[in-house]
Each structure stands twice: as C-alpha cells, then as structure tokens.
Design a protein around this ligand. Structure first.
Ligand SMILES: Cc1ncc(COP(=O)(O)O)c(C=O)c1O
Length: 361
C-alpha cells in the first residue's frame, strides 16, 4: 500500500442528527458513545494491506471459526484527538503506530505500516470531527487488528482486519475524584518474563479482569500487579503505568523489562520531569520498600498514568497484608504540576517543545 493511503469513502447515509449528537456529548463517560464511522483495511497473504475504507460504523459479520474467536490473535491501541481552538490535534500518534507494530510482531501478525496507521486515525478524525467534545473531553481513538482467517489450526492466521473506531470521552474515573485507591493483588500476576506484557493485546486484559473484579470488590478503583517471578517488584496497574515521587523531589517508575506496557504517557512524564531538572529513575521498586517509604514519609506522592485517565494520584493501597496511605492520601503538588504540564501540551495551551502535537485540522 502506498505511503499516502487513499481511503475509499462510503459515508454514513444518515449520520446522527446534530441535536442527538449534542445530547450524547454532554456526558459521554468512557467508551460508551461512538461516532458514525469506522476505518477498515484488510490484509491477506499475497495481497498485503488492501481495501482501505471509511464507512458507516456497523457490526461485523464473523464466521464462527474465525481465528480470533479461538486463539485471541488481537492487538489494539488507544490515543486521543483534542480540540485546539478551531483545529484538532493528536498527541504523539507515531508512538502508538510503533507500539502497534511491536504488538503485531509479538502476536505473529503482519505490522500495519506507520503511514497507514497515521492516515487511518487522521481520516476518521477528519470525517467525525464534529464528535470531538470541547472542555475536558476528547475523542478516544481505538485502532485494533485481529485474525479473520476461517481455520481452527493453531498458527498465525493468513487474513487480518485493521479497524479504527472513535469514541467521544469525558473523565475516565467516575465522579472525577481526585485520588484513586488501588488493590495489590497477591493472587494474580499480569505478565511473566517472555510473555506478552509489553504488547497491547486483548489477551492481557482478559487475564487481568478477575484481578480487577477482586479490586472492585475491595472497593478499589484499579488493581496493581507485582512481577510474576518473585512476587516482589511493583509492575503496573491493570491499565496504567505507575510513578513514585520522593521527598528529595526525584521520581521513579518501574523499568521496561518486557513485562509492562511501554506507555506513551509514561515516556512523556519522564521527558517532562527530566526537562524541569528533576532526578528521574527507571528502577525496580519492591512492595516492601513502597510500604516502608510510605510509612517513613520518604515517599511523598504516587500516581498512575495512561492515555485514558492521563494522570491520577494514588492515595491509598489496599492489600491482604494491610493498607497504607501515600502522603495525605489526596495526591500532591508534583503530581499536579506534571499533570498540568502534560494536559496543557495535549490541549495546545502550553508550548509543545518536544514536537509531540500533530495537527490534523
Ligand atoms: C496495561 C497498561 N499499562 C499502561 C498503559 C498506559 O499506556 P499509554 O500511556 O500509552 O496509554 C496502558 C494503556 O493505556 C495499559 O493498558
């Protein structure tokens, strides 16, 4: 497929009327409201990527023997489009394109070329631009790729579909409360060395749901996982990376050793913190140290970060071995400052010194 992909337009014959759309955008929540269109691109052996289309969002027809339904050969991405005045911008979409390719490689799937990935997300943003909420909202883009070959043999499939859908979103955590509470799972782990932890594949999330359900039963917003080998090192949350802020102003986050997702937000926070002269470490941090540092006051703040919820202070950790609180349990100034800087750049309100903002319109 050429560098500049042409998407065949088969636009929605009766798109959502403006007044209905406006009503849906008042309080969209997260991942429940969708725009009128979707992108689809097919891949098959011999033909490669072909039939790039933007068309009305509608259900797929899937054969019951489609490979994805049996062996979960599926990957996805998540990124947002923001209103910038009268224009629209994406935040570091090239990073998502690259991670999508890395995930594809891990799941033995053909990678989507970066130009096709970027062309697809930009096309749907252009066509469905009226669905981008103003204020604190944004348009969450969900590219995904899955095996469509009709075959029950266990092997990499010979046919795939690449799809992009779009969903106007508001705040991720209901109630928009300030600090979240996390449940430390000592029953379940998320990813083992050599596994798929660094890939954004649906299977990782399927495996995390029982732990997330346990967290919910404990009254927590999210689950936090320890490493699978020693059950000692803090890895990440079910859907977010984690940061620690110390009394000397330094920050640390677990290193990318293959079992955690290399978050775009994580990388952006590291870059922003370094740029303001802060000491930054990517190092292993044990659960015992976490508990001890919270008790001694050496650990001042703690936060989770990811595209969906951006930056969320972690106020309290609950576990079978007792609970502990970070600082006053309601976040802190360094978390707030890093968040404000990141959100400001994403929304075009602070100068983009790192070349992260990609204007679409
Ligand atoms: C397991 C996990 N960790 C971390 C993140 C954060 O990644 P990003 O900042 O790229 O959204 C996500 C996804 O959003 C995730 O699902």
């Amino acid at each position: 497929m050429s560098r500049e992909t042409h998407f065949r337009h088969i636009l929605h014959p009766s798109p959502t009327p403006a007044d209905v759309r406006a009503e849906k955008l008042v309080d969209p929540g997260f991942g429940r409201v969708f725009t009128d269109h979707m992108i689809t691109v097919r891949w098959s052996e011999g033909q490669g990527w072909h039939d790039a289309e933007i068309r009305a969002r509608e259900p797929f027809s899937l054969d019951p023997a489609s490979a994805v339904l049996h062996y979960a050969q599926e990957i996805f991405e998540g990124l947002k489009a923001y209103r910038h005045g009268n224009g629209v911008a994406l935040f570091r979409p090239e990073r998502n394109a690259r991670r999508f390719q890395d995930s594809a490689e891990r799941l033995a799937m053909p990678p989507v070329p970066e130009s096709l990935f970027l062309g697809a997300v930009e096309e749907i943003v252009r066509i469905d631009r009226d669905w981008i909420p103003g204020g604190e909202g944004s348009l969450y883009l969900r590219p995904f790729q899955f095996a469509t070959e009709i075959f029950l043999g266990v092997k990499p499939a010979s046919e795939y579909l690449f799809v992009v859908i779009a969903s106007p979103v508001g705040a991720y955590f209901k109630g928009g409360k300030k600090a979240v509470t996390v449940w430390l799972s000592d029953t379940y782990t998320r990813a083992a060395p050599g596994g798929t932890g660094a890939a954004k594949c649906g299977g990782n999330y399927a495996a995390s749901l029982v732990a997330q359900a346990e967290a919910s039963r404990q009254g927590c917003d999210q689950v936090v996982f320890l490493d699978a080998a020693e059950r000692k090192w803090v890895e990440e949350l079910g859907g977010m990376n984690v940061f620690f802020v110390f009394d000397d102003g330094s920050i640390s986050t677990p290193p990318l050793t293959g079992t955690i997702l290399p978050g775009v937000t994580r990388d952006s926070i590291l870059t922003l913190a370094r740029a303001e002269g802060r000491a930054v470490r990517e190092e292993r941090y044990s659960i015992d140290q976490w508990r001890a540092d919270a008790a001694s006051g050496r650990l001042r703040e703690c936060f989770a970060c990811g595209t969906a919820a951006v930056v969320s202070p972690i106020g309290k950790i609950k576990s079978t071995k007792g609970d502990f609180v970070i600082g006053e349990g309601d976040g802190g100034p360094i978390t707030d400052k890093l968040k404000a800087k990141l959100v400001g750049i994403q929304r075009g309100e602070i100068a983009d010194e790192h070349g992260w903002v990609r204007k679409v319109l």
